[in-house]
Design a protein around this ligand. Sequence first.
Ligand code: MN
Length: 442
Amino acid sequence: MRDDLRAFVRRLEENEILLRVKREVSPRFELPGVMRHAEKAGKAVLFENVSGSRFPVVNNILGTRKMLALAFDCKEEECTKRFEERWLKRISPVVVSEAPVKEVVKKGDDVDVSELPLVTHCEGDAGPYITAGVVVTKDPDTGIRNVSINRMQYKGKDKLGIRMMPPQHLGLIQEKAEQKGRPLEVAVAIGNHPFELLAATTSIPFGEDEFELAGALREEPLELVKCETVDLEVPANAEIVIEGEVLPNVREAEGPFGDFMQFYVPVMENHVFKVKAITHREDAIYQTIQASSFEDVQLLALSREAKVYHALMDAQINVKAVSLVPTVLACAISIEKRYEGEPKNAAAAAFGVYSWLKMCVVVDHDVNVFDVNDVWWAIASRANLGKGVTLIDNSLGFPRDPHKVHTTKMMIDATIPLGEWAEYRRKRVPGADEIRLDDYLK
Ligand code: MN
């Protein structure tokens, strides 16, 4: 099985959750503007005609839980469990000699990043950005591969600004190369299947290869191919690959950029990526992810949900589901409560394994944690706020926090008292879940 981006896009289309936009769209603000509406409608979009480029653009392929469930071939509420079951069963990638991403190879003077439909997302952004680039490097000491997603600002036909800072692994690796006075070889794969995106956004220990995690999620080895100009391997079935090197001791202004928290990160002196080659499929599809979109948050959320889920199982709590959407700083957990006080243990376990977590709401198993309305309903109708709200001061939180607004955490027990189910029973219409509205409109 060669599951890649275009196979997944076909799958979305078969499930009627892909929109095709044939009209010409500007990649500057208009494309992200259209996306806002598609996102609300729960659809992925393939923009077939983007001004200034011959390549189509796909966005929002993980814009709903249903899309994530299609990738894992499971029910929507099972995605976290699937990730948790698979993520430690690492499978090494294999290197193949033939690859679709080599159909077109451009080197030297033929390299022009501006041929790609780079998107300018927000009014305050410094310019067009690559936001779905899976960045591949190797540790200069150990040769172990590292894979991550990093924003890249367009700076010229063979030049990109790239954010890479320790303690993030890519930053640590660049620091090692820089201490040796050497450029760091980098390859960026664009147009990836959800499993490569999820692997690249999962926080695993330094020295572990995220492509082995991609293999774990796929339950088969990821196929890689050697690069043309650098000693690295990239997914053979990616749509586009940019190769080059990050120059040692060179920094330039990068930013501002509207980030996943919906704020602009300020201008910073960041690294410079000199492009040496671009390879792509003849009919390559360019992929973009909008920072702070549901897709972006979901990519960050799933592995962290799995971590929390695992911790709750370790604590022998009957956990039903864990949700870190629509913001990865707030968590909703549904459990089958057996003891009074157990929801506080559940929340404490979640805070323990995931330090960014700021708010944690624990609800009963009949509440849908992926529906914010349902979670608010549970708090409003079931929580005893006098007993159920606990604040934890002076704790470690989200790191980019100059005003220390993330150092206090809050847990809310929104479960009903044990033994009071008869009184708190939710009303329900029998058979409603099975009804398809379309059948009544024929
Ligand atoms: Mn890493």
